[in-house]
Design a protein around this ligand. Sequence first.
Ligand SMILES: [Cu+2]
Length: 353
Amino acid sequence: MTAFLVIIVILLFGISVWQMNRIFQLAKTKPLHHPDIATDKDNNQQGYLMMGFLAFIYILTIVSFWLWYDTLLPESGSEHGSKIDNLMLISMIIIFFVGIVTQAILHYFAFIYRGNKVERATFYADNDKLEFIWTIIPVIVLAGLIIYGLFTWTDIMNVDKDDDPLIVELYAQQFNWKARYGGNDNTLGEANVRLIEGVNQLGVDPADPNGQDDKIVTELHLPVGRKVLIKMRSQDVLHSAYMPHFRAQMNCVPGMITQFAFTPTITTADMRMNDHIVEKVANINNIRKDKSEALIANGEEALEPYEFDYVLLCNKICGISHYNMQMKIIVESEEDYKAWLAEQPTLAEQLSK
Ligand SMILES: [Cu+2]
């Protein structure tokens, strides 16, 4: 693979040197009938190629939507998610509308005003009215989008203390996640990387009474319908806690605590029955089935069938195993959540072992 890439790079470098040489040759003044001077036939050909390219990018866009539309995320599993989805949808509609119209105009003008031997281009310095129009329209549209985005952002990021959110810490390290619950008092004990020792892998201060009942786990369980305030720390490098199904993402920065709050609205069990998810899972399992057949033919074990789960991923390229830095998230009823949490040992219990 590396050798292949090296060959490609050398080849492209050679082509660019050759092309640059051609540009220098063309830049030299030549007599009117020199073969390097474009004829009407060349201009026509370039003009039609422009229109052909316009058709190509439109067809490519339509085919991409057709083939990969179903790889988009399913319905959001959090309360604020629909606001992000709306913001995204409106931005995309504007981008696509502007893109489609300006590309059409750009290519059409290149085609209709392609060079020919008899006509000369008009020298046209400027037009204040036109420039005013194409400046003011983007200003208004962009200002509208930015203001709408800022309102959405503050709406999502403001945590109302009266909501009594469940406090959970997400702790990032190369290359795994750990979660820490505040225990019965829903308060996390102070922590610092300098206090990491033995089983106390998150550096929770043993002298802080709030930390005694903290619970450290490797799977995130959340009760449906309750706001959760996630506090993030990183042990080593920049990571990013990314929960695509909840439309939530926040950087984890060594030396500081960042936070994000959201309310899960759909349990894992309900999400598994969502039509879009059912279709995705079936698709993945079809691919797995084909792979399994190849594996069995090689005398290896077949792949397990895939089942949907919410997932926490790392969205910052943080090192060699970044791609595998993930944690399962389970959204369940309040009772199931409480039963699960009761089974987890507290930090005091872990430390005394
Ligand atoms: Cu990471």
